[in-house]
Design a protein around this ligand. Structure first.
Ligand code: PMP
Length: 360
Protein backbone atom coordinates (compact mmCIF):
# COMPACT_ATOMS: atom_id res chain seq x y z
CA UNK A 1 0.00 0.00 0.00
CA UNK A 2 1.10 3.57 -0.74
CA UNK A 3 2.78 5.38 2.15
CA UNK A 4 0.43 8.36 1.76
CA UNK A 5 -3.16 7.53 2.58
CA UNK A 6 -6.11 9.71 1.56
CA UNK A 7 -9.24 8.93 3.52
CA UNK A 8 -12.50 9.48 1.60
CA UNK A 9 -14.70 7.88 4.26
CA UNK A 10 -18.21 9.32 4.65
CA UNK A 11 -18.04 9.40 8.43
CA UNK A 12 -16.37 8.94 10.80
CA UNK A 13 -14.14 10.78 8.39
CA UNK A 14 -10.82 12.47 7.80
CA UNK A 15 -9.64 14.92 10.49
CA UNK A 16 -7.09 17.67 9.90
CA UNK A 17 -3.62 16.25 10.44
CA UNK A 18 -2.61 19.35 12.42
CA UNK A 19 -5.45 18.66 14.85
CA UNK A 20 -4.39 15.07 15.45
CA UNK A 21 -0.78 16.14 15.94
CA UNK A 22 -1.79 18.76 18.48
CA UNK A 23 -3.98 16.26 20.33
CA UNK A 24 -1.04 13.88 20.37
CA UNK A 25 1.24 16.55 21.82
CA UNK A 26 -1.26 17.48 24.51
CA UNK A 27 -2.43 13.96 25.25
CA UNK A 28 -0.54 13.31 28.48
CA UNK A 29 -0.54 16.81 29.88
CA UNK A 30 -3.35 19.18 29.00
CA UNK A 31 -2.88 22.84 29.93
CA UNK A 32 -0.09 21.98 32.36
CA UNK A 33 -2.49 19.99 34.57
CA UNK A 34 -0.24 16.91 34.42
CA UNK A 35 -3.17 14.76 33.23
CA UNK A 36 -5.08 14.44 29.96
CA UNK A 37 -8.26 16.34 29.12
CA UNK A 38 -10.05 12.96 29.32
CA UNK A 39 -9.28 12.57 33.00
CA UNK A 40 -10.56 15.80 34.50
CA UNK A 41 -14.01 16.76 35.73
CA UNK A 42 -16.36 18.34 33.25
CA UNK A 43 -17.21 20.71 36.12
CA UNK A 44 -13.59 21.87 36.46
CA UNK A 45 -12.86 25.52 35.59
CA UNK A 46 -10.51 24.35 32.80
CA UNK A 47 -13.16 22.26 31.09
CA UNK A 48 -15.85 24.87 31.58
CA UNK A 49 -13.51 27.39 29.96
CA UNK A 50 -13.03 25.00 27.04
CA UNK A 51 -16.81 24.77 26.53
CA UNK A 52 -17.15 28.56 26.58
CA UNK A 53 -14.25 28.85 24.10
CA UNK A 54 -15.82 26.23 21.84
CA UNK A 55 -19.18 27.97 21.78
CA UNK A 56 -17.58 31.36 21.11
CA UNK A 57 -15.54 29.87 18.25
CA UNK A 58 -18.58 28.21 16.73
CA UNK A 59 -20.65 31.38 17.01
CA UNK A 60 -17.86 33.33 15.30
CA UNK A 61 -17.32 30.75 12.57
CA UNK A 62 -21.01 30.68 11.70
CA UNK A 63 -21.80 34.32 12.37
CA UNK A 64 -24.58 32.89 14.52
CA UNK A 65 -26.98 35.60 15.72
CA UNK A 66 -27.68 36.00 19.40
CA UNK A 67 -31.26 34.89 18.81
CA UNK A 68 -29.91 31.33 18.54
CA UNK A 69 -28.72 29.08 21.34
CA UNK A 70 -25.98 26.49 20.79
CA UNK A 71 -26.66 23.10 22.37
CA UNK A 72 -24.16 20.25 22.58
CA UNK A 73 -25.69 16.84 23.05
CA UNK A 74 -25.34 13.23 21.97
CA UNK A 75 -27.30 10.58 20.07
CA UNK A 76 -26.07 11.65 16.61
CA UNK A 77 -28.15 12.65 13.62
CA UNK A 78 -30.61 9.84 14.17
CA UNK A 79 -31.08 10.89 17.78
CA UNK A 80 -32.30 14.26 16.50
CA UNK A 81 -34.65 12.54 14.04
CA UNK A 82 -36.56 11.66 17.25
CA UNK A 83 -35.64 14.49 19.63
CA UNK A 84 -36.76 17.22 17.22
CA UNK A 85 -40.40 16.04 17.05
CA UNK A 86 -40.34 14.98 20.71
CA UNK A 87 -39.33 18.50 21.74
CA UNK A 88 -41.33 20.49 19.20
CA UNK A 89 -44.56 18.62 18.45
CA UNK A 90 -47.59 17.39 20.35
CA UNK A 91 -48.52 13.89 19.14
CA UNK A 92 -51.53 15.24 17.23
CA UNK A 93 -49.54 18.02 15.51
CA UNK A 94 -48.05 18.06 12.00
CA UNK A 95 -44.69 18.81 10.43
CA UNK A 96 -43.71 18.94 6.75
CA UNK A 97 -40.87 16.66 5.62
CA UNK A 98 -39.13 16.88 2.25
CA UNK A 99 -37.51 13.60 1.20
CA UNK A 100 -34.48 13.90 -1.06
CA UNK A 101 -32.51 10.80 -0.10
CA UNK A 102 -31.91 8.06 2.43
CA UNK A 103 -31.34 10.31 5.43
CA UNK A 104 -34.31 12.65 5.08
CA UNK A 105 -36.39 9.54 4.45
CA UNK A 106 -35.27 8.06 7.77
CA UNK A 107 -35.86 11.37 9.51
CA UNK A 108 -39.47 11.39 8.27
CA UNK A 109 -40.02 7.75 9.29
CA UNK A 110 -38.68 8.35 12.78
CA UNK A 111 -40.66 11.57 13.27
CA UNK A 112 -43.84 9.68 12.31
CA UNK A 113 -43.41 7.62 15.50
CA UNK A 114 -43.96 10.77 17.55
CA UNK A 115 -46.33 13.03 15.59
CA UNK A 116 -47.97 13.48 12.18
CA UNK A 117 -45.57 13.71 9.26
CA UNK A 118 -46.73 15.31 6.04
CA UNK A 119 -44.45 14.35 3.13
CA UNK A 120 -44.11 17.42 0.93
CA UNK A 121 -42.40 15.58 -1.94
CA UNK A 122 -40.33 12.44 -2.29
CA UNK A 123 -37.37 12.22 -4.66
CA UNK A 124 -37.58 8.40 -4.61
CA UNK A 125 -39.57 8.83 -7.85
CA UNK A 126 -36.41 10.11 -9.61
CA UNK A 127 -34.09 7.63 -7.85
CA UNK A 128 -32.81 10.42 -5.56
CA UNK A 129 -31.01 12.14 -8.41
CA UNK A 130 -32.73 15.53 -8.20
CA UNK A 131 -34.50 17.74 -5.70
CA UNK A 132 -38.19 17.78 -6.64
CA UNK A 133 -39.26 21.12 -8.17
CA UNK A 134 -40.54 23.40 -5.38
CA UNK A 135 -43.67 24.13 -7.46
CA UNK A 136 -44.64 20.46 -6.98
CA UNK A 137 -44.27 20.47 -3.19
CA UNK A 138 -47.55 19.95 -1.37
CA UNK A 139 -47.41 21.90 1.85
CA UNK A 140 -49.62 21.37 4.87
CA UNK A 141 -50.88 24.66 6.29
CA UNK A 142 -51.13 23.10 9.76
CA UNK A 143 -47.48 22.01 9.91
CA UNK A 144 -45.31 23.59 12.59
CA UNK A 145 -42.02 23.31 10.73
CA UNK A 146 -40.48 22.20 7.42
CA UNK A 147 -37.75 19.57 7.75
CA UNK A 148 -35.13 18.81 5.11
CA UNK A 149 -31.56 17.51 4.83
CA UNK A 150 -29.17 20.07 3.36
CA UNK A 151 -26.91 17.31 2.05
CA UNK A 152 -27.78 13.69 1.34
CA UNK A 153 -24.65 11.78 2.28
CA UNK A 154 -25.66 8.49 0.63
CA UNK A 155 -27.10 9.82 -2.64
CA UNK A 156 -24.76 12.79 -3.16
CA UNK A 157 -27.42 15.52 -3.41
CA UNK A 158 -27.07 18.94 -1.86
CA UNK A 159 -29.14 22.07 -1.57
CA UNK A 160 -27.12 25.07 -2.76
CA UNK A 161 -29.75 27.49 -1.52
CA UNK A 162 -32.14 27.73 1.42
CA UNK A 163 -35.65 26.55 0.47
CA UNK A 164 -38.21 29.33 0.30
CA UNK A 165 -41.12 28.12 2.35
CA UNK A 166 -43.36 29.89 4.81
CA UNK A 167 -42.77 27.60 7.78
CA UNK A 168 -39.64 27.84 9.89
CA UNK A 169 -36.99 25.44 8.65
CA UNK A 170 -35.54 22.53 10.58
CA UNK A 171 -32.43 21.22 8.86
CA UNK A 172 -30.31 18.12 9.19
CA UNK A 173 -26.86 19.47 8.30
CA UNK A 174 -24.97 16.42 9.52
CA UNK A 175 -22.88 16.11 6.40
CA UNK A 176 -22.30 19.69 5.29
CA UNK A 177 -22.26 21.69 8.52
CA UNK A 178 -19.46 24.30 8.58
CA UNK A 179 -18.69 23.87 4.89
CA UNK A 180 -20.23 27.18 3.71
CA UNK A 181 -21.54 30.44 5.20
CA UNK A 182 -25.18 30.45 6.18
CA UNK A 183 -27.88 33.00 6.78
CA UNK A 184 -30.06 31.98 9.69
CA UNK A 185 -33.22 34.06 9.12
CA UNK A 186 -35.46 31.25 7.94
CA UNK A 187 -34.26 28.58 10.35
CA UNK A 188 -35.82 27.51 13.61
CA UNK A 189 -33.40 24.67 14.31
CA UNK A 190 -30.32 23.12 12.72
CA UNK A 191 -28.68 19.91 13.88
CA UNK A 192 -25.55 18.05 12.98
CA UNK A 193 -23.79 14.90 14.06
CA UNK A 194 -20.06 15.48 14.53
CA UNK A 195 -18.37 12.75 12.52
CA UNK A 196 -17.90 14.67 9.27
CA UNK A 197 -16.86 18.33 9.51
CA UNK A 198 -16.94 18.81 13.30
CA UNK A 199 -14.67 16.15 14.75
CA UNK A 200 -14.84 12.50 15.78
CA UNK A 201 -18.24 10.82 16.31
CA UNK A 202 -19.95 11.42 19.64
CA UNK A 203 -21.04 15.07 19.76
CA UNK A 204 -24.30 16.36 18.31
CA UNK A 205 -24.74 20.09 17.80
CA UNK A 206 -28.16 21.73 17.83
CA UNK A 207 -28.63 25.40 16.96
CA UNK A 208 -32.05 26.50 18.10
CA UNK A 209 -33.91 29.77 18.07
CA UNK A 210 -34.12 30.91 21.67
CA UNK A 211 -37.87 31.53 21.42
CA UNK A 212 -38.29 27.81 20.67
CA UNK A 213 -36.86 26.93 24.07
CA UNK A 214 -39.81 28.13 26.12
CA UNK A 215 -42.25 25.24 25.90
CA UNK A 216 -41.43 21.71 26.87
CA UNK A 217 -44.05 20.22 24.55
CA UNK A 218 -44.28 16.84 26.24
CA UNK A 219 -42.28 14.56 28.44
CA UNK A 220 -38.79 14.33 26.96
CA UNK A 221 -35.87 12.67 28.80
CA UNK A 222 -34.13 15.49 30.64
CA UNK A 223 -30.77 14.94 28.92
CA UNK A 224 -32.42 15.40 25.52
CA UNK A 225 -34.78 18.23 26.44
CA UNK A 226 -33.64 21.37 24.59
CA UNK A 227 -34.69 23.65 27.42
CA UNK A 228 -32.81 21.62 29.98
CA UNK A 229 -29.73 21.46 27.74
CA UNK A 230 -29.85 25.24 27.39
CA UNK A 231 -30.23 25.84 31.12
CA UNK A 232 -27.32 23.53 32.04
CA UNK A 233 -24.84 24.92 29.50
CA UNK A 234 -25.29 21.64 27.56
CA UNK A 235 -24.08 19.59 30.51
CA UNK A 236 -27.12 18.08 32.24
CA UNK A 237 -24.89 15.02 32.58
CA UNK A 238 -21.30 14.03 31.78
CA UNK A 239 -20.43 14.90 28.19
CA UNK A 240 -18.02 13.09 25.84
CA UNK A 241 -15.22 15.36 27.04
CA UNK A 242 -12.47 14.13 24.73
CA UNK A 243 -14.69 14.51 21.64
CA UNK A 244 -15.65 18.02 22.67
CA UNK A 245 -11.98 18.91 23.10
CA UNK A 246 -11.08 17.49 19.68
CA UNK A 247 -13.97 19.37 18.10
CA UNK A 248 -12.69 22.60 19.68
CA UNK A 249 -9.32 21.91 18.03
CA UNK A 250 -11.09 21.44 14.68
CA UNK A 251 -12.91 24.77 15.15
CA UNK A 252 -9.56 26.48 15.85
CA UNK A 253 -8.09 24.86 12.75
CA UNK A 254 -11.07 25.98 10.70
CA UNK A 255 -10.69 29.56 11.87
CA UNK A 256 -6.99 29.51 11.01
CA UNK A 257 -7.88 28.29 7.49
CA UNK A 258 -10.01 31.39 6.93
CA UNK A 259 -13.34 30.08 8.25
CA UNK A 260 -16.33 28.69 6.41
CA UNK A 261 -16.16 31.12 3.47
CA UNK A 262 -12.63 29.94 2.66
CA UNK A 263 -13.79 26.34 3.09
CA UNK A 264 -16.65 26.88 0.67
CA UNK A 265 -14.22 28.03 -2.03
CA UNK A 266 -11.97 25.03 -1.46
CA UNK A 267 -14.93 22.65 -1.38
CA UNK A 268 -16.33 24.08 -4.61
CA UNK A 269 -13.00 23.65 -6.33
CA UNK A 270 -12.33 20.12 -4.99
CA UNK A 271 -15.73 18.83 -6.01
CA UNK A 272 -15.78 20.54 -9.39
CA UNK A 273 -12.45 19.04 -10.51
CA UNK A 274 -13.69 15.60 -9.51
CA UNK A 275 -17.08 16.01 -11.26
CA UNK A 276 -15.24 17.26 -14.35
CA UNK A 277 -13.04 14.17 -14.36
CA UNK A 278 -16.14 11.96 -14.04
CA UNK A 279 -18.06 13.77 -16.78
CA UNK A 280 -15.09 13.62 -19.17
CA UNK A 281 -14.51 9.92 -18.72
CA UNK A 282 -16.06 6.97 -20.52
CA UNK A 283 -15.96 4.73 -17.48
CA UNK A 284 -17.40 6.79 -14.62
CA UNK A 285 -20.79 8.40 -14.38
CA UNK A 286 -22.68 10.56 -11.93
CA UNK A 287 -26.40 10.79 -12.57
CA UNK A 288 -27.26 13.53 -10.06
CA UNK A 289 -28.74 16.64 -11.62
CA UNK A 290 -25.83 19.08 -12.01
CA UNK A 291 -27.29 21.94 -9.99
CA UNK A 292 -27.83 19.68 -6.97
CA UNK A 293 -24.60 17.72 -6.98
CA UNK A 294 -23.04 17.51 -3.54
CA UNK A 295 -19.76 19.22 -2.78
CA UNK A 296 -19.26 16.90 0.18
CA UNK A 297 -20.10 13.43 -1.12
CA UNK A 298 -19.33 12.73 -4.75
CA UNK A 299 -21.17 9.54 -5.66
CA UNK A 300 -20.48 7.77 -8.93
CA UNK A 301 -20.83 4.46 -10.73
CA UNK A 302 -18.69 2.49 -13.11
CA UNK A 303 -20.26 1.98 -16.52
CA UNK A 304 -18.78 -1.52 -16.35
CA UNK A 305 -20.01 -2.44 -12.85
CA UNK A 306 -18.01 -5.69 -12.83
CA UNK A 307 -14.90 -3.57 -12.47
CA UNK A 308 -16.05 -2.07 -9.16
CA UNK A 309 -14.33 -4.59 -6.78
CA UNK A 310 -11.08 -4.20 -8.73
CA UNK A 311 -11.42 -0.40 -8.69
CA UNK A 312 -11.84 -0.36 -4.91
CA UNK A 313 -9.01 -2.81 -4.34
CA UNK A 314 -6.54 -1.02 -6.58
CA UNK A 315 -7.58 2.32 -5.10
CA UNK A 316 -6.78 0.95 -1.64
CA UNK A 317 -3.39 -0.19 -2.93
CA UNK A 318 -2.78 3.36 -4.17
CA UNK A 319 -3.58 4.74 -0.71
CA UNK A 320 -7.13 5.88 -1.53
CA UNK A 321 -9.38 4.48 1.16
CA UNK A 322 -13.04 4.71 2.24
CA UNK A 323 -14.37 4.90 -1.33
CA UNK A 324 -16.99 2.17 -1.20
CA UNK A 325 -20.52 3.51 -1.72
CA UNK A 326 -23.14 3.14 1.02
CA UNK A 327 -24.63 -0.34 1.21
CA UNK A 328 -28.08 0.90 0.16
CA UNK A 329 -26.73 2.52 -3.00
CA UNK A 330 -23.49 0.78 -4.01
CA UNK A 331 -20.99 2.28 -6.45
CA UNK A 332 -18.26 4.67 -5.34
CA UNK A 333 -18.49 7.58 -2.94
CA UNK A 334 -15.68 10.06 -2.40
CA UNK A 335 -16.36 12.25 0.60
CA UNK A 336 -14.53 15.55 0.35
CA UNK A 337 -15.07 17.12 3.76
CA UNK A 338 -13.25 20.26 4.92
CA UNK A 339 -10.19 18.34 6.07
CA UNK A 340 -9.58 16.72 2.65
CA UNK A 341 -6.93 18.74 0.82
CA UNK A 342 -7.10 19.26 -2.94
CA UNK A 343 -3.96 17.11 -3.18
CA UNK A 344 -6.02 14.09 -2.08
CA UNK A 345 -8.66 14.78 -4.74
CA UNK A 346 -5.93 15.12 -7.39
CA UNK A 347 -4.50 11.78 -6.32
CA UNK A 348 -7.94 10.20 -6.74
CA UNK A 349 -8.43 11.74 -10.20
CA UNK A 350 -5.03 10.54 -11.33
CA UNK A 351 -5.80 7.04 -10.11
CA UNK A 352 -9.19 7.07 -11.88
CA UNK A 353 -7.59 8.08 -15.17
CA UNK A 354 -4.90 5.42 -14.93
CA UNK A 355 -7.50 2.78 -14.02
CA UNK A 356 -9.68 3.78 -16.97
CA UNK A 357 -6.75 3.55 -19.41
CA UNK A 358 -5.88 0.13 -18.08
CA UNK A 359 -9.28 -1.51 -18.11
CA UNK A 360 -11.89 0.42 -20.07
N1 PMP B 1 -28.15 12.62 8.66
C1 PMP B 1 -27.19 12.62 7.72
C2 PMP B 1 -27.27 13.62 6.61
C3 PMP B 1 -26.13 11.71 7.81
O1 PMP B 1 -25.18 11.70 6.88
C4 PMP B 1 -26.10 10.79 8.88
C5 PMP B 1 -24.98 9.79 9.05
N2 PMP B 1 -24.16 9.57 8.03
C6 PMP B 1 -27.13 10.83 9.81
C7 PMP B 1 -28.14 11.75 9.68
C8 PMP B 1 -27.16 9.86 10.96
O2 PMP B 1 -26.18 10.21 11.85
P1 PMP B 1 -25.81 9.29 13.09
O3 PMP B 1 -25.16 8.07 12.56
O4 PMP B 1 -24.88 10.17 13.87
O5 PMP B 1 -27.08 9.00 13.82
Amino acid sequence: MSSIVWNFSAGPAILPKAVLERAQQELLDWQGLGVSVMEISHRSPEFEALVAHMKALLRRLLGLPDTFEILFTTGGGQGQFAFVPMNLLHPEEYADYLITGGWSNRAAREAARFANVHVVADAASNGYTAIPEPSTWSMNAASKYFHYATNETVHGLQFHHVPEVEKPLVADMSSDFLSYPLSFDRFGLIYSASQKNIGPAGLTIVLIRRDWLTNAIRRVPEVFDYKSLASTDSMPNTPATFIWYLSALVFEWLEAQGGVAAMQKKNQRKSSILYEAIDESNLYQNSVEKSTRSQMNVVFDLIKPDLLPRFLEEARGAGLVGLKGHKTRGGVRASLYNAMPEEGVCALIEFMRTFEKKYA
